[in-house]
Design a protein. Sequence first.
Length: 157
Amino acid sequence: MNRTSLQRVVLCVLLALTGICAARAQTPDNDDAAIRAAIAEQAGAWNRADIPGFMQAYEESPDTTFIGQSVGKGFQPILNRYLKAYSTREQMGTLTFSDLEVRMLPTSCGKVEYAVVIGHFHLNRAAKGEATKDDGIFSLVWRKGPHGWKIIVDHTS
């Protein structure tokens, strides 16, 4: 292969890669809205005392992580923790989220598969069980997968 042919091949490969990256960079404008809608659905489920519904925003994976007073791993153990800590509707109360900031994390090609959300939570409730904290802050790492946007890491304090 002569030098000119090699240059043409390299140019074609670079143009193809640029096209792939450009196609991946076209992230739907509704990613932010989809995450905010999932968070609103979480609050709605919580306020109906539906912990399994609340957990629908989490990725059902053994790697899903909750960081609070300790580190918990796995969708099912996190669900069990919520069920134990908030065993009655009175202990759950009413949940509100505020000051939400959604930050998309694009790859070098511009494709968005991850996002970070920070915000505040408040529980208005009459009774407390194992969980005694009514106000706090959180950061969530979301991953866009085959089932949409799901929480893979929840750090709540």
